[in-house]
Design a protein around this ligand. Structure first.
Ligand SMILES: [Zn+2]
Length: 429
């Protein structure tokens, strides 16, 4: 009875999410196309019409592919759950491997492999058709498959021991397993933040120290002004995969480092690079990174507690098309069902995370305006928008659900205000 009710709830939320996502996607496409003919007035002097139209076409193409993926993902999800895919997989694997830990690990591995195989043609299409068409793809096919092989091996090397510990905790540590699992998971996350920049990222990219002396002096000046100590400034060979440019800040404690994509350095002037970095340092100095990590930990505690409850409920399994096993452990299956169903119930909440993240972006922009220059940051953002073919005219509702950053016009409008305020107050003083 509860089981049927849960199935109905699950399908309803799936349909609701799907309809909502389709509505947002088609609004976005319509909005972008409506503004395609003309560069918005505030950008008219800086962005050529051809670049604006390329951004519109790129956005529409990406959004359409995204909508196609939504349908496919929904079909796969129903196939795995209510149409019995997972049930069949579990029964077949338990026959092969017996009811022990080997069954649980092979169930999770098989699930991960099947989903990656389903995604593969789409990832390939996105890289070699869509990105290629707009001139962003710099990857050879060898690199694409090499990356895939590397991440699969790395995923197995890190993921399997991790999952093994989680399953042991679920099985052996009693009613409060979710609390122990949370402590373990949080520790692992912190460890990853420390080892990712120095151990994992270099498996995929080359990092070389920033060699431009005058730029380095400028950046060190900025770091001194804001009071920031870093282990190093690095340039990453992002250009071997994509023409998209970026700068990021990674690591934690002693391992923190600033990384510039080579694509970014080649496009921006020294003052613009400084302004972009000032924005990134703003995130750090204003404790956005620590806050984000804390929120992530609190949410994962809530989710693990919820999983602790759900894995005891027979309706959670049967409602999603799986008969719990009597002789083998159902923990791995509970993990899979949880990962599959959770996003269906939480998508509707995504604007909440966008709201906080936008607030942080405005604060980091204000920080950059204070310690560097608002005008340089605006110039850098305009170039980045143009180079990345990011649309300047997103649909506001679509943006509220999907974008961590505020729309360009809002962001740049605020920065320009603060730039004018700075010159006027300077003139008065
Ligand atoms: Zn930011």
């Amino acid at each position: 009875m509860i089981s049927t009710a849960f199935s109905v709830l699950f399908v309803s939320f799936l349909l609701l999410t799907l309809v909502l996502q389709f509505w947002l996607g088609s609004r976005h496409i319509r909005h972008v196309l409506q503004h395609r003919a003309q560069v918005p007035a505030e950008f008219a002097e800086r962005i050529p019409l051809a670049a604006h139209q390329k951004a519109a076409d790129y956005t529409v193409a990406k959004t359409k592919l995204g909508m196609l993926m939504l349908v496919l993902n929904a079909i796969v999800l129903i196939g795995f759950t209510l149409f019995g895919g997972l049930q069949w997989l579990a029964v077949s694997l338990v026959k092969l491997s017996g009811p022990g830990m080997l069954y649980q690990l092979s169930l999770l591995t098989a699930f991960a492999l099947i989903t990656s195989l389903i995604d593969l043609p789409f990832d390939y299409y996105k890289q070699f058709v869509l990105e290629e068409k707009f001139g962003f793809n710099k990857m050879s096919k060898g690199l694409f498959f090499g990356d895939m092989l590397k991440s699969t091996l790395l995923g197995a090397a890190i993921g399997l021991p991790l999952i093994w510990v989680m399953l042991m905790l679920m099985d052996k540590s009693g009613a409060l397993w979710w609390l122990y699992a949370w402590i373990f998971w949080s520790g692992f996350q912190l460890l990853m933040m420390v080892i990712f920049p120095t151990w994992i990222a270099p498996l995929f990219n080359k990092f070389s120290p920033l060699e431009d002396d005058s730029l380095r002096a400028r950046i060190e000046g900025l770091m001194q002004r804001v009071g920031f100590a870093s282990k190093g400034l690095f340039v990453m060979d992002g250009s071997k995969r994509s023409a998209h440019g970026n700068a990021y800040f990674s690591g934690f404690g002693a391992s923190k480092r600033i990384v510039f994509f080579d694509t970014l350095l080649s496009r921006l002037s020294a003052p613009e690079i400084e302004a972009v970095l000032a924005h990134e340092l703003g995130h750090f100095k204003l404790k956005h990174i620590v806050k984000r990590i804390c929120v992530m930990f609190i949410i994962s505690l809530g989710f693990l507690a919820l999983l602790g409850f759900l894995k005891q409920q027979v309706w959670f399994f049967t409602g999603l098309g799986v008969d719990p096993m009597l002789l083998a452990s159902n923990d791995a299956m509970a993990l899979i069902l949880f990962m599959l169903s959770l996003p269906i119930f939480t998508f509707i909440l995504s604007p909440l995370s966008s709201i906080t993240s936008r607030k942080h972006e405005f604060e980091a922009d204000a920080f950059a305006a204070k310690y560097s220059s608002a005008d340089d940051l605006v110039a850098a953002l305009v170039k980045l928008y143009e180079d990345n073919a990011s649309t300047l005219t997103p649909d506001p509702l679509h943006s509220a659900f999907y974008d961590s950053h505020p729309p360009a016009s809002v962001r740049i409008g605020k920065l320009q205000l603060s730039a004018t305020a700075a010159t006027t107050s300077g003139a008065i003083a």
